[in-house]
Design a protein around this ligand. Structure first.
Ligand code: CP
Ligand code: NVA
Length: 306
């Protein structure tokens, strides 16, 4: 079966280590002569640039496509889009409104016996390429994530789910604090604990960050949730990662955020720009992690064909 990356949990613990090693080693031109389709149903600054450059660094040719150009399930079905892109490209990576779209694209290619990996560049369920860059950043700053504590404060969203899987697969405990109604569902907790995750859910953000090696937050309104803006801002009051909250964490704790950030909302300007912040290293690592992942998937697809 072709290896796709729809969830971070599509990689084993050992494979994550391998991807991170590949991310930090010199890049051979394994994608020479090959195209990679990069589809974006939502806007992107980091992901589009990081993945385009990663493909170029591996000798391949990226083609970035906006959602409205191909109209998934409007102009033609997700299955037909996937089959079409696979006629030209060695890999398809997509940022989608609905996670199910990625599943349908991967299933269509599998059913047709086409060995083209599908990569999730963010869905409403997960953001696995972000989590790979975050693990690379943690490894560079703190060494192995095993035994560390990552505290996540805010919305238990796509980024949070991939971090739960990242923690489970690398032995890093995850401490969560989310407002009522915006925490992880039982199915998310069961899923991450089933992967081996050690997860604690706290009522108060100060308690969640108390033992943290890393304090992580993300926007309160994710792409596609714009209609909920007012209600979310009310609910997330008191969950801002500001100097007051950061002072409840150990003094050496790193601050992480996938970006884009909204200063004065989920994070204060002083914390985002402060000495503990690793956010620009995370952003830079998006490209290195994407390169490691594409090398890994290319090697897996080549094994499948031979
Ligand atoms: N972190 C991240 O995915 O950023 P973009 O939405 O700009 O790609
Ligand atoms: N949770 C955010 C992440 C953006 C990179 C969103 O989905 O909009």
């Amino acid at each position: 079966m072709t290896r796709h990356l729809l969830s971070l949990a599509d990689l084993s613990a050992g494979e994550i280590v391998r991807v991170l090693e590949l991310a930090e080693s010199p890049a051979p031109p394994v994608l020479a002569g090959s195209g990679v389709a990069l589809v974006f149903e939502h806007p992107s600054a980091r992901t589009r640039n990081a993945t385009e450059l990663a493909v170029v660094q591996l000798g391949g040719h990226p083609v970035s496509i906006r959602g409205e150009e191909i109209g998934i399930d409007r102009r033609e079905t997700a299955e037909d889009v996937a089959r079409t892109l696979a006629c030209y490209h060695g890999m398809i990576a997509a940022r989608v409104e609905r996670h199910e779209t990625l599943e349908r694209m991967a299933a269509a290619l599998d059913a047709a016996g086409v060995h083209v990996p599908v990569v999730n560049l963010l869905s409403d369920r997960e953001h696995p390429t972000q989590a790979l860059a975050d693990l690379l950043t943690i490894r560079q700053r703190l060494g192995s994530p095993a035994g560390r504590v990552l505290a996540y404060v805010g919305d238990a969203n796509n980024v949070c789910r991939s971090l739960l899987a990242a923690g489970a697969l690398t032995g890093m405990e995850v401490h969560l604090a989310c407002p009522p109604g915006y925490g992880p569902g039982d199915e998310d907790l069961d899923w991450a604990r089933g992967l081996g995750g050690k997860i604690e859910v706290f009522d108060q953000p100060e308690d969640a960050v108390a033992a943290a090696d890393v304090v992580y937050t993300d926007v309160w309104v994710s792409m596609g949730q714009e209609a909920e803006r007012e209600a979310r801002y009310r609910a997330f009051e008191g969950y801002s990662l500001d100097d007051r909250l950061l002072s409840a964490a150990p003094p050496e704790a790193l601050v992480m955020h996938c970006l884009p950030a909204h200063r004065g909302e989920e994070i204060s300007a002083s914390v985002l720009e402060g000495h503990a912040s690793a956010v620009w290293q995370q952003a830079a690592n998006r490209m290195h992690a994407a390169r490691g992942l594409f090398r890994f998937l290319h090697a897996s697809a080549a094994e499948e064909v031979s």
